[in-house]
Design a protein around this ligand. Structure first.
Ligand code: KIV
Length: 278
């Protein structure tokens, strides 16, 4: 089967994620925003790529996800798809691309799939309006991932980056909303910054997989923001984050070495220089 065929044999599907949950196999998800890292994620066998609207902070320099546009999401998702054509890819619907109406949500989610080749979209929230959006998209054949707990697009309403679901009232609401998202047709739900016991409880009750970020080991899968995992963002070290690399240091050493060599005329050497022939 060629990489351009509609369904490559290696690409996971929403059914695979359900089966992984039922056999207790953790689902690995990482965010990605460009072609080179997408290629690496695909080669290392990550189950699912999320082109998150964390793009705004980690690649575009915004101070929240709110300014991210649909065009920016589509642009980066196309790059990711070129690097990982056989990896199931979810696109985040950015702020105000789905909140206004079901029609807007359908038009924008449709564009996300049509114009990038991604396989699913993610949207935040579990109130009635969010469930209506999910139902509309699912009816049109668009798989939807939900997102509860800390919802970055509501950072101003939530009063900052903080754990959600610590009070009984918040925990009960999150349980209700997760069931409502499942009932509306979501194929999975992200739980962000949620106490581990609550995330475990929700994961046991739901049929669809939960994908945790700062939500403990009992979620059915885990997602992290790639530059954070690789240590490209040395100033960001929240409790839930484990850094699996020191890319900022490696990159600095490389840049420093290049600058030093050029200044000292040690680069380019003869081996990097073309002769008259051959
Ligand atoms: O935008 C993003 O990267 C996300 C993850 C943190 C789940 O939504």
């Amino acid at each position: 089967m060629s990489e351009n065929s509609p369904q490559s044999q290696s690409r996971k599907t929403v059914r695979d994620f359900l089966e992984m949950k039922s056999r207790g196999e953790p689902i690995t998800v990482l965010t990605c925003y460009d072609v080179l890292f997408a290629r690496l994620l695909a080669e290392e066998g990550v189950d699912m790529i999320l082109v998150g609207d964390s793009l705004g902070q980690v690649a575009l320099g915004y101070d929240s996800t709110l300014p991210v546009t649909l065009e920016e999401m589509l642009h980066h998702t196309r790059a990711v798809r070129r690097g990982a054509p056989d990896t199931f890819t979810v696109v985040d619907l950015p702020f105000l691309s789905y909140q206004v109406s079901n029609e807007d949500a359908l038009r924008n989610a449709g564009r996300a799939l049509k114009e990038t080749g991604a396989h699913a979209v993610k949207l935040e929230g579990g109130r009635k309006e969010s469930c209506d959006r999910v139902r509309t998209l699912v009816r049109a054949g668009i798989p939807v991932m939900g997102h509860l707990g800390f919802e970055p697009q509501s950072v101003n309403a939530l009063g900052g980056f903080r754990v959600q679901g610590r009070s009984e009232e918040e925990a009960e609401r999150m349980k209700r909303q997760s069931l409502a998202l499942e009932e509306a047709g979501c194929f999975s739900v992200v739980l962000e910054l949620v106490p581990g016991t609550l995330a475990g409880e929700i994961s046991r009750v739901l049929r669809i997989p939960t994908i945790g970020i700062g939500a403990g080991v009992e979620c059915d899968g885990q997602v992290l923001v790639l530059p954070d995992v690789l240590g490209l963002n040395p100033d960001f070290s929240p409790r839930f984050l484990k850094k699996y690399g020191r890319l900022a240091e490696a990159a600095r050493a490389g840049i420093r070495g290049y600058v030093k060599d050029v200044k000292a005329r040690q680069y380019p050497g003869d081996e990097h220089t073309f002769g008259e022939e051959g």
